[in-house]
Design a protein around this ligand. Structure first.
Ligand code: FES
Length: 124
């Protein structure tokens, strides 16, 4: 696992120390994502409007270490919401970060909330 990948760690809701004010809700495309940067980490935030849900993961695709996932396509595998990397179409769960193709590392995921039109990401 590369150092770059090791910098990203899943934050569970009970581990949040900082709610980072990422963006305004209105800046997000429907069923799409944006990337924000916090202390050198790139975080992909997704507005999955078809499900009326928000998700946050690392922006780094573990396959070829590309900072790209915020531009991935959102979809579902059964009940599982997922993002497909634009480069080689590997897919990852937006809930758990699990690699749904079973070969590469999982994504780090982060708690997210929207209050009064502002999107916040929970960081440790
Ligand atoms: S770089 Fe993301 S699937 Fe290959």
């Amino acid at each position: 696992m590369s150092q770059q990948t090791l910098n990203y760690k899943t934050i569970e809701p009970n581990q949040v120390k900082t709610w980072y004010e990422a963006c305004k809700e209105e800046q997000f495309p429907s069923d799409g994502g944006l990337c924000v940067e916090f202390e050198g980490l790139q975080i992909a935030i997704f507005n999955f409007s078809r499900r009326k849900k928000w998700y946050a993961t690392q922006n780094l695709c573990p396959h070829k270490k590309q900072m790209i996932l915020s531009r991935g396509m959102l979809g579902s595998e059964g009940e599982e919401p997922k993002v497909a990397c634009p480069f080689h179409k590997k897919t990852f769960s937006l809930e758990s970060g699990a690699n749904l193709n079973g070969h590469e590392c999982a994504l780090a995921t982060y708690p997210i909330k929207v209050e009064e039109g502002v999107v916040y990401v929970g960081l440790g």
